[in-house]
Structures are given as structure tokens and as C-alpha cells.
Design a binder for this molecule. Structure first.
Ligand SMILES: *Cc1c(COP(=O)(O)O)cnc(C)c1O
Length: 368
């Protein structure tokens, strides 16, 4: 008889582990890494200085409530600090929200090309992931509503979405909230919200302020350039903040992260420079890539989706990826997102962006 071994709860072994963007090349050459939507401008120098300053206090536990950081965020955005919860990256908060509101028999809803952390968070709780179809790579409110059942407990919507770069206008998000049952938690993941310059876009603050069932998550990993520190925050109804504070790790944000986060949020000029850099080069890429004959999905984030010939051995996404790597450039394959014929490119420095366009031009001409 074989001994019984520890067994994870139902659902866990159905999870496809998250595969991060690649970061090194077989050749060992330092790559142009445009695979994880990190900022080409790096963090605010003030954030780095604040981080280094804390190096003398590493033996001390941090403030368990990340109080200085919640206060800095509250004052930057005019929010109530009691309703802000910080986490080790927004991934931490997405998992906590799932753990608090989803269990076996419940359904968590997201869209076809939605961020892959959502199904992982949903399944890790033993709940069932349900996918609503997108239209033109964009989340569709009616399709989401059509998938709602009495078992639906949480809807995850990245706005703008990764990896598609598309967004849902605020009026539509508001309509989604109005039509969803009141006991369904709507999680608006605005990881790229700072980059969006559209009049009809809103990160979700107003809905969180005016409803009792909407949460907005944000991150320091993207525009603030602190991905390595693992730092995120969410703005919640008071009851949801209370729930998260009960189940989160008592020191889920490190002291260096709190210090760097405060400095980052206060450096508005650095954020503004990052938005301007992105705006300029995203616009450039969205114009240059189609000139090569490549289709791109209009993005409002700091990345864009490039489409290649479907299933084509010579001109397809896999061949393009190999060719780019031979030129020292790493983009992101997104087959796991149901996009086998596309690559996601993060907006880089001027020279990175020019290198990609030039390499893709060469790729397409040699593949003729
Ligand atoms: C990058 C990203 C995040 C941020 O994750 P962190 O854990 O904060 O680094 C969240 N949501 C989406 C859609 C993302 O692409």
C-alpha cells in the first residue's frame, strides 16, 4: 500500500503556472529587453535614494500598515488613506481579493485575452474561471454580462488590458457596474492607467468612491519603474479594505518598498516625463510598424501587440521572435494568452524602438 501524500485542494493542479517574459539570450549578449512592460526610464532617482537610505534599518520590521505610503498615495490622489491597501505587487492584491471572495462553486469572470494572473488567482481558490469573449481584442460589457450567473462573485477587468493594450471607455465601465448584481465584486486593474491619455478613460476612482462593490488596483511596477521591489496598492470600499487587512500578510510590504514608493508617488515630474516619452514613442511605433506591412492593435498602454502572418513558418510570430532574438531583442510571445500569431512589444528607449523596427524590416524582407 502506498502512503497517502499531501494533496492540494481541487483546482490547484489545473493551474498553468505563469510564465514571465524572457530576460536573457542563449548567446549571453545583453539583450534589448522589451518583454515585461518595464519602463525604459527607470524609477525616479528620488525613489532610488529613498530605497538606499533604508539600508541601515534592515533588521527592523516595516510599518505593518504601510502607513507612510498610504498617506502619500492618499494625498497625491485626494483619497481616504483608510481605504487604501498596499501589497507585494498588485498580483498580491489580486490574489487576496480572489481568496477573500471566491471559493469552490463560485465563478470568477474575465475576458478572452485578459491578464493571466486572473485565472491563476481564481483557480487557486478552488473557484471556476469563466471567460467572456472580446470584440476586436477589447473587453465587451454585454459579453461579460451575458456570462454572469448566480455563482459569479468577482469580475476582473484590466483597463487598459495587457497584452492587448485596448481599453474600455468609462461610460461602459459604469454601465458594467450598474448591470452587474450588487454582490459581484468588480476589480478594475489599472496597472497601466497612468499612461492613458484619452478623455473617455478613467481608472476607476470615481466608481470605487461611489459604490460599495468596486475595487481599483494599481502598481508601482510599470510607470514608477519599481517592478523589482514588488509594490502595488488598491482603493476599496471600507468593508473590502477591512477584509483585505484581515487576510493579508502582517508585513506584506517591505520597508525599502514603502520608502521608495513614497518618493516615487511624490515625484510627479518623473511620472510626467515617463508619460511623455511613452506617448511619443508609442505613437511612432503605431505609425512605423504598419509601414512594414504589420498589423498592430491600437494601444493606450506602454506596449503594443504586433500581429504576424497566421501559422506561417517563415513570416509568423515564432519565426519573428527567433529572428529578433538573433538581433539581441526580446519581445513577448503571447500564445498563452490565445494569441499565437502575435508578439507583444514594450515601448523602449528611442534606440530600442528604432532597433526593433529596423530588425522587423529585415525579418520581413528575408522571409519573402
Ligand atoms: C504588470 C501588470 C500588473 C502589475 O503586477 P505587479 O504585481 O504589481 O507587478 C497588474 N496587472 C496587469 C494587467 C499587468 O500587466
Amino acid at each position: 500500500m502506498t502512503a497517502k501524500l499531501p494533496t492540494p485542494k481541487p483546482g490547484v493542479l489545473d493551474i498553468q503556472a505563469y510564465v514571465p517574459g524572457e530576460h536573457s539570450l542563449a548567446s549571453g549578449v545583453k539583450p534589448i529587453k522589451l518583454s515585461s512592460n518595464e519602463t525604459p526610464l527607470g524609477p525616479s532617482p528620488k525613489a532610488k535614494a529613498a530605497y538606499l537610505e533604508v539600508a541601515d534599518e534592515l533588521e527592523l520590521y516595516p510599518d505593518g500598515g504601510a502607513t507612510p505610503l498610504r498617506k502619500a498615495i492618499a494625498s497625491a490622489y485626494g483619497l481616504n488613506a483608510d481605504r487604501i491597501v498596499c501589497g507585494a505587487g498588485s498580483d498580491d492584491l489580486l490574489s487576496l481579493l480572489a481568496r477573500a471572495y471566491l471559493g469552490p462553486g463560485d465563478e470568477g469572470l474575465y475576458t478572452t485575452h485578459g491578464f493571466l494572473v486572473y485565472p491563476i488567482a481564481i483557480q487557486a481558490c478552488g473557484a471556476t474561471p469563466v471567460v467572456a469573449q472580446e470584440i476586436n481584442y477589447t473587453a465587451d460589457v454585454d459579453a461579460l454580462l451575458a456570462k454572469v450567473t448566480p455563482r459569479t462573485k468577482v469580475v476582473f477587468l484590466a483597463n487598459p488590458n495587457n497584452p492587448t493594450g485596448t481599453y474600455v471607455p468609462f461610460q461602459e465601465v459604469r454601465r458594467l457596474r450598474e448591470k452587474l448584481p450588487s454582490d459581484v465584486l468588480l476589480v478594475l486593474d489599472a496597472a497601466y492607467g497612468e499612461y492613458v491619455r484619452r478623455n473617455d478613460y478613467e481608472m476607476g476612482l470615481e466608481l470605487v468612491a461611489t459604490t460599495e462593490n468596486t475595487v481599483m488596483t494599481r502598481t508601482f511596477s510599470k510607470i514608477h519603474g519599481l517592478a523589482s521591489l514588488r509594490l502595488g496598492w488598491c482603493y476599496c470600499p471600507a468593508a473590502v479594505a477591512d477584509v483585505l487587512n484581515r487576510i493579508r500578510g502582517p508585513f506584506n510590504v517591505s520597508g525599502p518598498s514603502i520608502a521608495a514608493g513614497v518618493a516615487a508617488i511624490e515625484d510627479r515630474a518623473h511620472v510626467e516625463r515617463s508619460v511623455e516619452h511613452n506617448d511619443r514613442w508609442l505613437t511612432w511605433l503605431l505609425a512605423e510598424l504598419p509601414k512594414l506591412g504589420l498589423e498592430v492593435t491600437p494601444s493606450v498602454g506602454n506596449f503594443l501587440l504586433i500581429h504576424f502572418a497566421k501559422g506561417d513558418k517563415k513570416k509568423g510570430a515564432a519565426a519573428a521572435d527567433e529572428f529578433l532574438k538573433s538581433r539581441g531583442i526580446i519581445l513577448r510571445r503571447v500564445a498563452a494568452y490565445g494569441l499565437p500569431d502575435s508578439l507583444r512589444m514594450t515601448v523602449g528607449t528611442e534606440s530600442d524602438n528604432r532597433a526593433v523596427v529596423s530588425a522587423l524590416g529585415d525579418f520581413l524582407s528575408q522571409a519573402m
